[in-house]
Design a protein around this ligand. Sequence first.
Ligand SMILES: Cc1cc2nc3c(=O)[nH]c(=O)nc-3n(C[C@H](O)[C@H](O)[C@H](O)COP(=O)(O)OP(=O)(O)OC[C@H]3O[C@@H](n4cnc5c(N)ncnc54)[C@H](O)[C@@H]3O)c2cc1C
Length: 347
Amino acid sequence: MCDNISIDYITENGDYDMNTKIYDISIIGGGPAGMFAAYFGRLRNLDVALIESLPKLGGQPETLYSQKHIYDIAALPKVSGSELTQQLLDQLQILNCDQYLGTSVSSINRKDDVWELSTNKETIYSKAIIIAIGNGAFKPRKLTFDYDKTLEENNLDYFVNSLEDFRGKDVLVAGGGDSAVDWSIDLDKITNHTSLIHRRNKYRAMESSVNKLNQSSVEQLNPYIIKNVDFNQADNSKIDVTLKMIKSDDVKTVTADKLLVNYGFVSDSKILRDWNLELNGPFIKVSQEMETNLPNVFAIGDVVTYPGKLQLIATAFAEGPIAITKALRNLYPDKDYFEHSTSIFEK
Ligand SMILES: Cc1cc2nc3c(=O)[nH]c(=O)nc-3n(C[C@H](O)[C@H](O)[C@H](O)COP(=O)(O)OP(=O)(O)OC[C@H]3O[C@@H](n4cnc5c(N)ncnc54)[C@H](O)[C@@H]3O)c2cc1C
């Protein structure tokens, strides 16, 4: 439990030493399901790791529809995807857990009673796991032509990690959805020059955002597609981006400091096939207590299936506490786990 975080497990052959941190619960996936489950786990005083493959938490509402409104979450009459994420972040802040961002879990293996989660970074050790990966790890849709991958070090981005990276620069943003439009508006305030490249004349973004875009000084380059990107010959801190007008032979090259590509995300849950989980198509079969077929491995949110399952945030929020409570019962059978939050906070 959280009050004795450092080490509470050493195998007979000493594989795990005093420096090995073993979490009570590791939650794979930082969407709404995983974020609320992490908070609920902390509320139950469990030592929780929250692991998210993207550099930021929020899952689908944050990544796919940050500006769209959601109307079917209890006590939140109208909330946008990004507002919901912010509320979940604020809640997590109250009882924070260890967050592993930009960390993608590739496999899970059990050794004695401890699960080892292999990631693209370090290995994470845990007594129980909650899988909350939605439709799988999101990856940005990248440029489809071949380009020098070293461009991704400084000049070509698929995420905005910090707006400061763009300050005072000449920036090209590519895409026509909410993210591309919103980033263009934000970048316009701090860059030397921002241009938005889109293959159509119409954007797939909120009307209010498009209005803001039209009032900003963002240069709109449409309908153009990107044909090539390479280092500028004379100054290799800059890039040359070749644009071709749709249904025309018009080709032009624009020189800039940075290109930010916002072509959306693709997700893939094929990884689950190698985790020895009982699946029904792409979904994990779970019991009424959110248990999978593997010991102390639970699953919640969009990735699960059971009779009557609804792929909604409201449902995902309910499944977290069920999984956490069952995990708590399994790990600490003597603990009183039927408590209300008030009694926990006021202790
Ligand atoms: C356009 C759209 C509109 C929607 N509107 C509504 C609505 O109005 N109301 C509603 O209730 N629902 C709505 N939904 C559905 C809702 O967004 C989902 O039900 C909800 O996001 C499920 O949450 P989740 O946490 O299970 O999964 P996700 O939100 O998909 O989050 C899963 C997270 O896990 C991460 N991940 C995946 N694999 C790994 C890995 N191997 N290692 C580490 N991290 C990993 C992903 O990057 C992602 O951040 C909508 C969905 C879409 C696409």
